[in-house]
Design a protein around this ligand. Structure first.
Ligand code: TRP
Ligand code: ZN
Length: 489
């Protein structure tokens, strides 16, 4: 079964994704029935009258149909939250600026738990309703496609995690000393209203107010801290467009190190509940690892460096939260571990700067990040990337060969096929096109898609362009075949 689209068909596939993401745009008189719940339509009899329709409650991701929303594109979020670890109560005000991509009578945001108190659109009160994790906002007047609009939402409550039986622990969780919020494929909507899908990247200004003496970490550059009345507000700015699942909040008692590297702020932190040692040493290696990856992939794509090691043993993973990955303590139990740092930092290029458009393409993130680990190990004098490939090729269990990393299904979204066979796919490409074309391709991919979104078809097309080779058969076998592909030569 061929899954990689030949050159002529790629455009069609991309357009299909784009129209899914945008939802129906109804302009003109016979564009469809009016929304019965929407605001009154224009009363003019002009044939060009706009019909305002509800935005879709999902962005059209085949794996997660309710994630994200249709009809608009967020440009920036200003998230202000106050959290009291003693009571586990959070209150927030979120401002966002977006552009309508359809004539909207109303639109949705994603929000799990919590209680919405008030919403304004362009400064005017708007009505709001909740249905599960969907928040529907109906502005006083319709929002024309192409126009910007600003939303402000006030809300509060006790946050609850967004755990997924198949995919693990995610979202906001109370810890003994504070809280952590992180997760994939969703997390953000457990602590603020958001268009929760990687296809809608935006900048973030995040302000976190916590009791004096408690640390509050988030994404991007630290942009100030102030105290009053027993509360301290920590301000963070992530000005590189970010997918919502890459947002994080870490509150508690932390050993924080700050510095500067190549003109960018560095903030690393380790939970005070962990003994000083391997975790601290691994965080200290962050900039060295980032510099190595920069020598392979091109300029570091984020405005800040960092990393946070948490102690909560309900979290057993690391996540590439933008500019400041979060690591569970388990990674450093046996000593310094820079492989996991290389993995999470590689995601700053592949996953964070170049983001997926739909979750099915997750191998683009995990295959390249795992391959970066192989490169780092070789760079440090360990086994070669070729040897890592050989070991994985010989040693992967049958499930890896049965599961196509290019369409793994929801249950295997973070399974071995996506990571190991994904990395083997990258190495197969390298062997096929040669080192010179391969490393030029990696830089081209990172540069051309920087701060954007991409698909597997575009990855194949760029590899073909840079190498001048026909690569459909290679990628079909490695990404979509249900048996072990032949060894690349
Ligand atoms: N994507 C993460 C990484 O590669 C690991 C991961 C897999 C994860 N599943 C997750 C993280 C669920 C958070 C939640 O580093
Ligand atoms: Zn990863």
């Amino acid at each position: 079964m061929r899954q990689v689209r030949r050159t002529g068909r790629r455009r069609v596939a991309l357009l299909a994704v784009a129209s899914l993401a945008v939802g129906p745009t109804l302009v003109g008189c016979d564009a469809g029935p009016a929304d019965p719940d929407g605001p009154p339509l224009s009363t003019t009899a002009s044939p060009n009258v706009r019909r305002f329709s509800p935005g879709q409650p999902g962005v059209g991701d085949p794996y997660f149909p309710t994630y994200g929303n249709g009809g608009y594109d967020v440009r920036e979020y200003a998230v202000k939250v106050r959290y009291d670890p003693a009571s586990d109560l959070l209150s927030g005000v979120v401002g966002l600026r977006a552009t309508a991509t359809a004539d909207l009578s109303r639109f949705n945001l994603d929000l799990a738990g919590l209680t919405v108190r008030a919403v304004t659109v362009d400064g005017e009160p708007a009505t709001h309703a909740r249905d599960g994790d969907e928040l529907t906002v109906t502005p006083a007047a319709g929002l024309p496609a192409g126009n910007g609009f600003a939303v402000e939402i006030r809300y509060d409550g006790k946050p609850t995690p967004l755990d997924n039986a198949l995919l693990g622990a995610g979202g906001f969780r109370h810890t003994p000393d504070g809280a952590v919020a992180l997760g994939q494929p969703e997390s953000a909507s457990s602590w603020f209203p958001v268009n929760d899908h990687p296809s809608d990247k935006a900048t973030y200004d995040i302000e976190v107010t916590v009791p004096d003496g408690v640390t509050a970490l988030s994404n991007g550059a630290p942009v100030g801290r102030s105290s009053s009345g027993g509360w301290t507000t920590w301000r963070w700015a992530e000005r590189t467009p970010m997918a919502s699942y890459l947002s994080t909040l870490v509150i508690g008692d932390y050993r924080v190190s700050t510095g500067e590297h190549r003109g960018r702020p560095v903030v690393t932190a380790v939970s005070e509940r962990l003994p000083k040692g391997a975790a601290d040493a691994s965080m200290a290696a962050t900039v060295e690892v980032a510099d190595y990856l920069e020598s392979v992939f091109g300029p570091y794509p984020s405005g800040a460096y960092g990393g946070v090691v948490i102690s909560d043993n309900r979290i057993t993973y690391a996540l590439e939260t933008q500019s400041r990955p979060v690591y569970s303590a388990g990674f450093f139990r046996a000593g310094e571990n820079t492989s996991v740092v290389a993995h999470e930092l590689a995601h700053q290029w592949f996953g964070n700067s170049v983001s997926i458009t739909r979750w099915q393409d997750i191998w683009l993130n995990e295959g390249l990040a795992t391959y970066a680990e192989w490169l780092w190990v070789e760079h440090r004098g360990g086994k070669t990337a070729q040897r890592s490939f050989d070991d994985a090729y010989a040693g992967s269990p049958a499930g890896v060969w049965r599961t196509p990393p290019g369409d793994p299904g929801v249950a295997e979204l973070f399974g071995d096929s996506v990571y190991q066979r994904g990395a083997m796919t990258v190495h197969a490409l390298r062997v096929t096109i040669g080192d010179d074309a391969f490393f030029r391709f990696l830089r081209t991919w990172a540069t051309e898609k920087r701060d954007g979104n991409a698909t597997t078809d575009e990855f194949v097309a760029t590899a073909e362009q840079v190498s001048g080779r026909q690569l459909d058969d290679l990628f079909d076998a490695w990404l979509f075949g249900a048996e072990r592909p032949a060894r690349p030569r």
